[in-house]
Design a protein around this ligand. Structure first.
Ligand code: SAM
Length: 228
């Protein structure tokens, strides 16, 4: 059975999807989508041999070789045709997701939707979307097995209508901020505690990066504002 996390990602793929799942590991998501939707097609991209082999085995076991193509490669380089319309990048840090998108910019021309699930630093991906003509259209936050996950969905646009104004939208996510559900509150309570701990460590250290210190202090203020 697919995790709630990946099921939530799956919700944002259209019928008849042709998508690339980058860092697919066991190819669970492409196999799930192609099993429930006989019109769907996918590329499962993997950079590492172990996960690449697991993906191939799983696809073969389900007899989905015709519709799930498992390709070994770095990031978006596994996208070699222009039929691919959606990209999923899940289960990595926001920094890595951003660099995968950035390094593969030439592969994004026909991409209609990008769905990401950054484990940390979602703000880096939100910022990247704003700067690259992708408009955030939905966000989800959920807790599963003790972990809190964020899922961001962005569609390609000529002009971004929704400008994520200011730091607050970028940091918290405009939709998540609006909803402020239980998982969101829990996440940001933890993030606040983390930052306070780091501030304490920095103040104890002899050499202090004051700019960084101020940045953390200001973020704590923002978090308190949002949780109030
Ligand atoms: N996407 C799956 C999920 O969400 O359950 C698997 C996540 S797993 C934690 C991350 C995977 O990304 C690993 O299998 C790793 O080998 C792969 N990966 C890391 N960097 C990559 C890159 N630049 N290109 C393709 N795959 C990458």
């Amino acid at each position: 059975v697919l995790s709630e996390r990946l099921k939530t990602v799956a919700m944002y793929l259209p019928q008849n999807a042709y998508f690339a799942d980058i860092g697919s590991d066991h190819a669970y998501l492409p196999c799930y989508i192609c099993s429930v939707d006989p019109t769907a097609t996918a590329i499962a991209g993997e950079i590492n041999e172990g996960p690449f082999q697991s993906a191939k085995k799983h696809v073969q076991a389900l007899n989905l070789e015709n519709r799930v193509k498992v390709v070994k490669g770095d990031g978006l380089e596994v996208i070699t045709n222009y039929d691919v319309r959606q990209i999923v990048i899940a289960g990595m840090g926001g920094g890595l997701i951003r660099s995968i998108l950035d390094n593969g910019k030439d592969k994004l021309k026909n991409i209609e939707r990008v769905i990401v699930q950054p484990n940390v630093d979602a703000h880096l991906v939100r910022k990247w979307f704003v700067q690259h003509h992708f408009e955030l259209v939905a966000e989800q936050i959920l807790k599963e097995d003790g972990h809190i996950y964020e899922i961001l969905v962005a569609d390609s646009v000529d002009e971004t209508n929704v400008s994520l104004d200011e730091q607050k939208d970028i940091l918290f996510g405009p939709y998540l901020l609006h909803e402020k559900n239980e998982a969101f509150i829990e996440k940001w309570q933890l993030e606040k505690i983390n930052r306070i701990r780091i501030i304490g460590q920095m103040q104890k250290a002899k050499v202090v990066d004051y700019e960084k210190l101020e940045h953390f202090k200001q973020e704590v203020k923002l978090i308190e504002e949002v949780l109030r």
